[in-house]
Design a protein around this ligand. Structure first.
Ligand SMILES: O=C(O)CCC(=O)C(=O)O
Ligand SMILES: [Fe+2]
Length: 357
């Protein structure tokens, strides 16, 4: 198992060049052109902005417009900036601050949290898949924490737990409200998703990413193109950009906007909506400065079987289900133990797709 973090490599004395086992071109599973030659970018000014406060507006006109905008953002983008979400800017800054402090701790203190298995509730590591035997790496260290149904936090840094708890309680409320708005945007009963996916026991995973300053950012990637496995991911970041999302075949640089939360749709929203709201491909490039991002994936309960067949969406419209029903935990295991390659996990359960390997 790899025990050298990307941060340690980045801090080697006199490091002028990136070691070749971090070159993106060497990743056998990386099927898109490398970041360096991928110049087909689009402007991020088009990304939808959703005003959270309007979702709960008592003015019926305002409310239904907000729900429609939310539905459109999910259907046509799979990504939006959430503003007026009610989480204090100072709390978001504090969380980024304590996360930064975590990654700045001595390596031996961080590796205490290395975990061994996919479902270990606290895991520090580097590159992408914890258990894979990859010999080529991504320029990224991570801390993954299960926040729900049980809350887990490292004991250090000192106030990490307290700040995290506050942020995660608030972000859960935002996510639940968004999911009920999404149900509504589909013409379904508001509570349908929370009931059928048992969101009161929903799995929530925090992934904190640390992308160290890199002397040759054009040669590496922080994270390869992938989609997230849950229903919705809520992401905050420091003021260094690096996230890119794919829209209409082009990569779009997402520039951080203070006090906003980036939301993206995950594979299980795609399954639940039978392909109407698709999960979106995104990746992380790195910079000459260190970058931190913190995402919380809001997911079905681990033992929920996610199946489009349960949804009135396809029952009402008599559409054939496009995805094989699967227990949520099995899907997570599959996604977390294979090299990341676009939406290959979701492809595995598409009906009429090649059988599971
Ligand atoms: O660093 C980012 O902006 C994206 C991170 C991400 O996609 C993930 O953790 O799944
Ligand atoms: Fe992601």
């Amino acid at each position: 198992m790899l025990k050298t973090s990307a941060k340690e490599v980045a801090e080697l004395p006199d490091l002028k060049a990136v070691p070749s086992n971090y070159y993106v071109d060497n990743h056998h599973n990386y099927s898109l052109p490398a970041a360096i030659i991928d110049t087909n970018y689009d402007d991020d000014s088009l990304i939808p902005i959703i005003d959270f406060s309007l979702l709960s507006s008592e003015d019926p006109h305002q409310h239904s417009k907000a729900i429609q905008d939310l539905g459109r953002a999910c259907q046509h983008w799979g990504f939006f900036m959430l503003v007026n979400h009610g989480i204090e800017e100072s709390l978001m800054e504090e969380l980024i601050g304590v996360t930064n402090e975590f990654f700045l701790m001595p390596e031996e203190d961080k590796w205490k949290y290395k975990g061994e298995n996919v479902f270990d509730p606290i895991k520090y590591g580097t590159s992408f898949n914890y258990t894979s035997n990859e010999t080529n790496f991504y320029w990224r260290d991570f801390l993954k924490l299960t926040l729900h149904p049980q809350f887990h936090s490292p004991d250090q840094p000192n106030n990490f737990r307290e700040v995290l708890r506050d942020y995660c309680d608030k972000s859960r409320k935002v996510a639940r409200m968004l999911l009920s708005g999404i149900s509504e945007s589909l013409g379904l009963e508001k509570e349908l998703m929370e009931k059928s996916l048992d969101l009161d026991s929903g799995f929530e995973l925090l992934v904190a990413n640390y992308y160290p300053a890199c002397p040759q950012p054009e040669l590496v990637l922080g994270l390869p193109p992938h989609s997230d496995f849950g229903l919705l991911t809520l992401l905050i970041q420091n003021d260094v950009g690096g996230l890119q999302i794919q829209h209409n075949g082009k990569w779009i640089n997402i520039n951080p906007i203070t006090n906003s939360i980036l939301v993206n749709t995950g594979d299980h929203l795609e399954i639940f909506t039978n392909g109407k709201y698709k999960s979106v491909l995104h990746r992380a490039i790195v910079n000459k400065e260190a970058r931190i991002s913190i995402g919380i994936a809001n997911c079905p309960a681990m033992n929920a079987i996610v199946s489009p067949a349960d949804s009135p969406l396809i029952q009402n419209e008599r559409l054939p289900p496009l995805y094989v029903p699967k227990e949520y935990s099995e899907y997570v295991e599959m996604q977390q133990t294979k090299p990341l390659d676009g939406k290959s996990c979701l492809d595995q359960i598409k009906i009429n797709s090649p059988p599971l390997k």
